[in-house]
Design a protein around this ligand. Structure first.
Ligand code: HEC
Length: 313
């Protein structure tokens, strides 16, 4: 009698443990869903809104992360029990690519293997939060969260935990749609706000006359030049100043403003005869829609940052 009693109690406890394991796995999968969508939208925000050109290794990580956003959503919607395996299949290569990219950026030894000869150097950071957090580190963390969720879901495989949505009573379809829509709306909104802020007419920089005459736009525009530089050029060239990479003093000193303007418009191919680094300078520095005045302000900003004078006319 007592033994039956004990078995029954054990069974109740086991069911409790199992349902806790299932609930944990379910919440973890929804956290993974949100993570993958933040990573995907965030990377599109950086390339499409901020104009940061993704490097080769960023692309490898995108190749793993973008499908994860869809696969996790579809897996939850279809209540597919194999979802954790699909997630691991994408997240493991993804985290390996992030790890290698972090090593490229942080360990001088690895920088010599850098495979980006054309386009954006992989070893330069666009983002450096708190002095050390870079984009591949964020990607690494996202892949890690997704892997942990997949492992928790694998452990709860026996449970029927995909039947419900994020919270008991919510359907998976409702949970997925609301969460994905919230993340996408958040990034779309900040993209729209960013575009509005930057399209507001800004004083001297937008006057074409100032651009085409040899006179540079009047003072007060260097802060906009600094902003454009930090958004579009810093990724390849590093901070403006004496240490700027791939921009020679001699080039800024010997060329007239108009010669530099036409250089900027054309860029320089990696195999051009006068290329000295083996890497391409994209036309307009890869930034679409810069006015002549903005380019001239950038040139002046580069010269000022190094204390250089334009050549005498
Ligand atoms: C994708 C990476 C990349 C971006 C983005 C980029 N550049 Fe460059 N840039 C280069 C490379 C590489 C060179 C060197 C080309 C060579 O070896 O001849 C270069 C060369 C230059 C030069 C000529 C330097 C010289 O000594 O010949 C100037 C000026 C310049 N860039 C300005 C800019 C400005 C301003 C921006 C932003 C609007 C910008 N670049 C954005 C990669 C980039």
């Amino acid at each position: 009698m007592t033994s039956i009693h004990i078995t029954f109690l054990e069974e109740v406890a086991e069911v409790g443990r199992a349902s806790r394991r299932g609930a944990l796995a379910r919440v973890a999968l929804y956290i993974a869903l949100v993570t993958a969508w933040i990573a995907t939208s965030g990377s599109l925000y950086m390339s499409e809104v901020l104009g940061w050109v993704p490097c080769l290794w960023c692309w490898y990580q995108r190749v793993a992360m973008y499908p994860l956003a869809c696969v996790i959503a579809l897996g939850l919607l279809a209540r597919d029990r194999n979802l954790p395996q699909y997630m691991l299949g994408l997240a493991v290569p993804g985290i390996l690519a992030s790890t290698y990219h972090i090593l490229l950026q942080k360990v001088p030894f690895f920088a010599r293997f850098e495979s980006c000869r054309v386009g954006v150097p992989c070893s330069v950071d666009y983002l450096n939060w708190l002095g050390f957090i870079t984009i591949p580190m964020l990607a690494w963390a996202a892949f890690a969260i997704i892997m942990v969720a997949a492992v928790l879901a694998l452990r709860a495989r026996e449970e029927d935990f995909l039947a419900e949505g994020l919270l008991p009573g919510l359907s998976p379809a409702f949970s997925v749609v609301v969460l994905v829509a919230a993340v996408v709306a958040m990034f779309a909104l900040s993209g729209a706000l960013n575009a509005r802020q930057h399209s507001s007419p800004s004083s001297a920089l937008s006057t074409p006359d100032a651009a085409m005459s040899q006179t540079l736009p009047p003072a007060g525009t260097s802060s906009e030049a600094a902003r454009i530089y930090n958004e579009s050029c810093i990724g390849c060239h590093g901070p403006a100043g004496p240490g700027t990479a791939y921009i020679r003093d001699e080039f800024l000193r010997s060329k007239s403003d108009l010669a530099l303007l036409s250089f900027m418009r054309a860029g320089r191919a990696a195999n051009a005869p006068d290329n000295f680094s083996g890497m391409a300078m994209p036309a307009n520095g890869g930034r679409i829609g810069l006015s002549d005045a903005q380019v001239l302000a950038l040139i002046r900003y580069l010269r000022e940052a190094r204390g250089l004078q334009p050549p005498a006319p």
